[in-house]
Structure formats: C-alpha cells, structure tokens
Design a protein around this ligand. Structure first.
Ligand code: ARG
Length: 462
C-alpha cells in the first residue's frame, strides 16, 4: 500500500529519481520508537481537545503499542516507498487501525515539529549512553593512576624532556579533560530538554492542542518551545551535540597519540595487551596499536561531522527547509562511532602494562632537573635571572662532558658559581623534585592524591 502524506494537490506521482533523492527512511527509521512515543502523547492531547473520543483514544493507543512491538521485533520495517519514518509509521497505523481512525492522528502536527522533537529525544538518550562510556574510560584512567601512585616519568613540553612528573599526574590530566566533556554533555542535555511538538509546520495549531502536556509526556523537563518558528527551524542543539562529540573524539585522540608513541620500541613506556592490539599480514613480529590509531582517525571524522553540519545550517532562512534532512546522518554517525570506539579504547587502557623502571630511568634525563637548580638558588636569595643563567651553564658543561646534572663534581659546581655549594645535590633527585611541587594541582604525590580524589568524586555524581 502506497501511503503519501501529501498527494492531494498533485495530478502526477513523483518521478523515481525524486523518490530516491527524497527518501530518508533508510537512516531516519532509527527514530521510530521516539516517533511512536510522540504519537501516543499527541493522541492524548487530541482527546483532551475533544478531537478523539475515549474509545478512539484507547484503540489508537493499542494500535500504536502493536506497531511499536512490530518495530521492535522487526516485523514492521520502513521501505524506500515510504519516504521517511513518519510516513512509514502512518502506513503501519493505517494497516492496523483502518483509514477512519488511523487517519485522525495527523491532525495538528507536521513532520517538521515531529522530527525536531524526535531528534532531540534520540540525541538525549545517546548523550546518556556516551556519558556512561566516558565514565568507564575515566575509571580506566583512575585505575592506572591508582596502580602507579609514585612512579615518576619524564614530563614533556614541545615533546622534549621538560620536568619530571608523576605518571599518575599525567594520566589524571586526561581524566580532567574527560570530566569536562561529561559536564558538557550534561549541560547540553539540560538545554535540549525543550519540546518542539505542537509547533506544527511553523505556526502552531488552531486545534486547541496543549504542547506543554506533550512536553511533559515525552520527558522534556523545560516544557514546550516558546516560539513555534524557532521550534521547527532551530538546529543549534544538533550542532552543539556534534561539537561536544567531536571534542570527546579530540580528547580521546590526544590520549591515543601518546599511547602510540609510548608503545614504540624507542619509548618502551607501555605494552599493549594482546586482546587489544593487532598483527600484520606479512610481518610476523608485528603488534600494532590499531585501537589508538582508529581513535585518532575517527576524531577527524567527528570533526568532519561538525563542520559539515555547520555548513548545512549556514544561511538557511526560517523556518523549516528540506536541507535540514541532512542534519541527521552526521550526528547519528558521531554517536555510532563513539559507541564503537570508547569500549575498545577503555579496554586497551584497562589492560595496559606500564613499565615503571623505564619511566623512572628517563625521568631525570635531558637535564630535566635544571629548573630545580635555579629554584634552589632563588631560595638562597639569588635573583632568578642569574639563577637561570647559572643552571644553564651547568647544562652546558654536562652536555660537553656527556654527563647528567647529578654527575657534576663539587669542583665543577663551584667553578660555575660560588653559590653552587654541594648542598645543591638535595634537589638533583627526581622524587625530591616531585615532592617539592606540593601546591594545588602540582605533581607531588600528596597533591596528586587530591586530584585523584576529585576525579573520583566527580565520577560518583556523573
Ligand atoms: N525527513 C524530513 C527531515 O528529516 C522530515 C520533515 C519533512 N518535512 C517536510 N516538509 N518535507 O527533515
């Protein structure tokens, strides 16, 4: 049965080429459960407005329930001839209830307000799913931090040895970024809790329907849209979701890049578990960090989804335009990709072997305690400008001799500066240098313990 929602004024049916172009059912059918929930809420306000009798309402709800079960079991599917999910479900309802009752549901609503509402419902559900997956990833990072409470590593800026830091400090920096992502998802969700249902095509309805009742029914805590034109035309909730998911992709990609580097022979900081790495079809010895590489690759795709969507929205006049049908695939894809990626990525981190001796060995390399010499001099009253020069001279001598800072002799120190008494050796110890940085946010074990507690407290409310 070919059900069109708009055949009346046309003498000729659509061309095959138009039908193919116009169809969205192959990607928007995933909105079907939300569309049916919307239809139930809509049937209730039609009844409240006196447009459906009590008996009609209960038969309508029963028909929608039956259709919902058939969608869930796969017994009912949309086909390309249906055009979109809304048309497919109308066909399903007509098949179940007949045209007299089935044909009453469309009164006072449009696909424009429907799709804007269902899309919000779908994305809100997936924001929660993705939020849960981020919490799992944070748990894995917390696990790494807890397993290595006092392991030092070379902290880097410009990818060069900078100053030693605690491994746990570094790992928890990534957890902090993810906490903000989770917060962004929650704040987005609050902003998106507004229902456009009742906006109609753009101007609202003349049938005395109650949009607030529909909003309550569908779980939109902030009620119905305050402006029906905005209700049907606004897509900033989609763009913002695309940004938040792209940002998650970027933050995960930054972890991924480090795993890839740490896993190289040259670094040898970590070893991946066999279950979370891949081999090569030709090189028998290979063990590759494919999960991390896919994370890096998918972040590009997530950014593309955001920029493509922004280009679609730019300069669209009010209200609904068919261009807006292009808004769904990018963010459906962003959801799908993150929901695929995050469990694998979390598994990779949760099973990572960290090579403590290697990290400890490299922590003081590259003269990373030079700043500690300068700050030791400052504590003795030497102006920092001078202290910086003196510490730099120490590095110069070490480089020339091919030795590390702690290997300078008392004589060499004294020759560089009279202020460099042998006591300077106190600060040429990595763990002493770490412990000294005990202010809020610093890398001392005591300060990192506070960070760990904060991330865990954050996770508890997420
Ligand atoms: N498939 C359409 C979309 O995703 C639904 C709304 C269509 N409205 C219309 N007037 N053609 O945007």
């Amino acid at each position: 049965q070919d059900v069109k929602l708009w055949g009346g004024r046309f003498a000729d049916g659509p061309s095959a080429a138009l039908e193919k172009l116009s169809a969205s059912v192959h990607f928007d059918f995933r909105l079907a459960p939300y569309d049916i929930a919307g239809s139930r809420a809509h049937a209730r306000v039609l009844h409240a407005a006196g447009l459906l009798t009590a008996d009609e309402l209960s038969r309508m709800i029963a028909g929608l329930d039956a259709l919902e079960a058939d969608v869930a079991s796969g017994a009912f599917r949309g086909t390309l001839a249906d055009e979109d999910v809304h048309t497919a479900l109308e066909r399903g309802l007509l098949e179940r209830l007949g045209p007299d009752l089935g044909g009453k549901l469309r009164a006072g609503r449009s696909r424009n307000d429907q799709v804007a509402t269902l899309f919000r419902m779908y994305l809100r559900d997936h924001a929660r799913i993705i939020g849960g997956l981020i919490a799992d990833l944070q748990d894995a990072l917390v696990g790494l931090a807890e397993a290595h409470p006092d392991t030092a590593m070379p902290g880097r800026t410009h990818l060069q040895h900078a100053q030693p830091v605690l491994f746990a400090h570094h790992v928890l920096a990534h957890a902090q970024a993810l906490s903000r992502d989770a917060e962004r998802l929650r704040q987005w969700d609050e902003r998106t809790a507004v229902s456009p249902y009742g906006s109609g095509a753009l101007a609202g309805s003349s049938l005395g329907l109650d949009p607030e009742a529909v909003a309550r029914d569908l779980g939109f805590e902030r009620g119905s849209a305050g402006n029906s034109i905005d209700g049907t035309a606004a897509r900033d909730f989609v763009a913002e979701f695309a940004f938040v998911t792209a940002m998650i992709g970027v933050n995960v990609s930054r972890i991924a890049e480090e795993i890839i580097i740490w896993n190289t022979k040259e670094f040898s900081f970590v070893t991946l578990h066999d279950a979370f790495s891949t081999g090569s079809s030709i090189m028998p010895q290979k063990k590759n960090p494919d999960i991390a590489e896919l994370a890096r690759g998918k972040s590009g795709r997530l950014i593309g989804n955001l920029t493509g969507l922004m280009a679609t929205l730019k300069a669209l006049p009010l209200a609904y335009n068919r261009d807006l049908q292009e808004d769904k695939e990018p963010v459906f894809d962003s959801c799908d990709q993150l929901e695929l990626l995050l469990p694998a990525f979390t598994g990779m981190l949760a099973t990572l072997t960290v090579h403590r001796e290697r990290l400890e060995e490299l922590a003081p390399a590259g003269f990373s305690l030079a700043t500690d010499i300068a700050e030791w001099l400052v504590r003795k009253g030497v102006p920092f400008r001078v202290a910086h020069e003196v510490a730099g001279e120490c590095v110069k001598v070490c480089e020339a001799e091919g030795i590390e800072l702690h290997q300078l002799t008392d004589e060499q120190f004294a020759k560089i500066s009279a202020d460099l008494t042998p006591q300077v050796r106190e600060v040429l110890d990595v763990h002493g240098a770490l412990a000294a940085r005990n202010g809020r946010g610093g890398t001392a074990p005591s300060a990192v313990a506070v960070q760990l507690a904060e991330v865990k407290a954050d996770l508890a409310v997420q």
